[in-house]
Design a protein around this ligand. Structure first.
Ligand code: NAD
Length: 525
């Protein structure tokens, strides 16, 4: 049920035309998205194309190719060739590139955010935030000379051991739909600043932001082949996993794809980091500041239509906080759901009609399994956008055995559970297989301390609903939300994209004149 671009609002249409006219790799007016190979934006020769659809109107904005095997080989060959010179450029050259990139990203934030609104559906303000959180990783990567400093010690008389961090080679990054700018920027600046070359595969559902970022990399002076962008779905991802030249894969996305990619890429000896699905709980204690807690909860549950891996999808109301449910629903009803360029939009549509059907099915399953639908967002309509993938704010009272609790919903749906004590709430959170994040709302330092110590998730908020670490730290989701050993960005990002080389050198001053060889095992004394 695709629609012509004339069904876009005047604002959206103007943005779409601007994107098509001003950027080489992307289109929002029905043209094809290009691959970026060897420093050129090239039209694919594939026969398999995937539509990218505006989730508010079903307008086909662009089509992405399923990259052909020949095009994929060309991208890998270009990356391998570029690696030979890029890995030997001085660290200051690579730092200069990152500095240039950060200023270009800032200057072109409107184009990137507009592409995200059109293809992904989030609000313009939220799309700016998507870019900003990625930009912070770029800014952090500007400190690359310091981050790459190694260690040296004189281990014996006239003998020095030094460790240096060196790049791995050709690396790959596979991104999900929900943060089209931030997640490519979790890996791109670090992989390139450390001297690797990178093949990026954006989500086939919203590739536009990545294409603009690629063009900005080119303008920032990145030589051909250092960054390539290829598009596609499972066949292209499998080609990445299997190619012997690719040394490392960063993946962010769903549970199913993450497990598959981790196992397949490990078979060819690749280093892999995989950030996956989540079910994040907020525990509301009765002593919490009700106003702050409810506002924080609403933003974290419904912002971006719940399509954030750190969205709060479960609220555990403890003791007296159980009476806050009515107020929570009253506030949720007031959120403005509409197209992302509209004034005052709080959140937009979900990504696809398929996703909408899945979310509505999970809402229905709550009632079927004995729970209750306290606020029902099914059948939600938005004036002027009759074809959007709308799901209104939804609140379910459920239990932990129900399907709506066990599965990641990834929509504007908040599950409410009740507990009588903090220990009961902690048991619920800790029994959940996922470990991305959890938050507690309380005014008691003792309660916060106990929660922080005992909760078994990797990212904890105390009166903070979405505790995503800034890039001087590393992402630290755990349990079923992560596969691999080395996390994304921060010190972890540098570790992931480098390997150590440790060299021991002996330059004995007296060798210049001595003649006596030593045949004993060196003891370093
Ligand atoms: P997705 O797994 O469908 O897609 C992610 C990437 O994998 C895409 O590039 C896609 O082309 C590819 N892919 C999809 N299915 C595949 C398969 N069967 N085999 C090989 N490749 C496949 O994920 P999505 O729907 O785009 O993103 C939403 C998911 O990402 C949610 O589960 C969310 O929790 C998760 N996510 C996690 C984090 C995190 O840091 N933990 C961050 C953002 C999103």
């Amino acid at each position: 049920m695709s629609a012509p671009t004339s069904s876009l609002s005047a604002t959206a249409r103007a943005k779409a035309e601007m994107l098509s006219q001003q950027w080489k790799g992307t289109s929002a007016t029905g043209g094809n998205t290009k691959n970026f190979i060897g420093g050129e934006f090239v039209e694919s020769t594939t026969t398999v194309w995937h539509d990218v659809v505006d989730p508010a109107t079903q307008t086909v904005l662009t089509r992405v190719p399923e990259t052909t095997p020949e095009e994929f080989e060309r991208a890998v060959a270009a990356a391998a060739k570029a690696y030979k010179t890029w890995s030997r450029t001085s660290v200051l050259t690579r730092q200069k590139f990152v500095l240039e990139l950060q200023s270009l990203l800032r200057a072109n934030s409107d184009a990137i955010a507009s592409s995200i609104v059109l293809e992904q559906g989030k609000t313009y303000a939220d799309a700016q935030g998507d870019l900003l959180r990625g930009l912070q990783v770029v800014e952090n990567a500007c400190g690359i000379p310091t981050a790459l400093m190694g260690d040296t010690i004189e281990v014996s008389k006239d003998m020095d051991t030094s460790t240096r961090r060196l790049p791995l080679g050709v690396c790959a990054s596979i991104a999900p739909f929900n943060f089209p700018a931030m997640i490519p920027l979790w890996t791109l600046p670090i992989a390139l600043a450390t001297g690797n070359t990178l093949i990026l595969k954006p989500s086939e559902r919203d590739p536009g932001a990545a294409m603009i970022i690629a063009e900005l990399c080119q303008r920032a002076g990145l030589p051909p082949g250092v960054l390539s962008i290829i598009h596609g779905t499972v066949p292209t991802v499998n080609a990445i996993c299997d190619h012997p030249t690719i040394k490392a894969v960063s993946f962010v996305g769903s549970d199913r794809a993450g497990r598959h990619i981790y196992e397949r890429a490990r078979k060819t000896g690749k280093r892999v980091q995989a950030n996956m699905a989540a079910k994040n709980h907020a525990v509301l204690m009765p002593d919490a500041n009700i106003n702050h807690s409810l506002n924080a909860l609403l933003g974290a549950a419904f912002g971006a239509a719940g399509q954030r891996c750190m969205a709060i999808s479960v609220a555990i109301l403890v003791g007296g906080a159980q009476s806050w449910l009515t107020e929570l629903c009253d506030r949720a009803k007031k959120l403005k759901v509409t197209q992302g360029f509209e004034d005052g939009a709080d959140f937009g549509p979900v990504i696809s009609t398929h996703s909408k059907t899945r979310i509505e099915g999970l809402i229905a399953s709550c009632k079927e399994e004995g729970g209750s639908i306290v606020l029902d967002g099914r059948g939600f309509q938005v004036a002027d956008y009759p074809n959007g993938n709308w799901v209104g704010p939804t609140v379910l009272e459920a239990s932990t055995t129900m399907r709506c609790y066990r599965e990641e919903i990834f929509g504007p749906v908040l599950l409410v559970l009740r507990a009588e004590t903090l220990d009961e709430a902690l048991n619920i959170v800790n029994a959940n297989p996922f470990g991305n994040g959890a938050a507690i709302f309380t005014q008691s330092g003792a309660i916060a301390r106990k929660f922080e110590r005992e909760v078994e998730v990797g990212q904890i908020g105390i009166n903070v609903p979405i505790p995503v670490p800034l890039p001087m730290f590393s992402w630290s989701g755990n349990k079923a939300s992560f596969l691999g050993d080395v996390p994304f960005y921060g010190k972890g990002g540098i570790d992931f994209y480098t390997q150590n080389k440790t060299t021991t050198a002996l330059w004995r001053a007296e060798d210049a004149i001595g003649t006596q060889a030593s045949v004993n095992m060196p003891t370093h004394r």
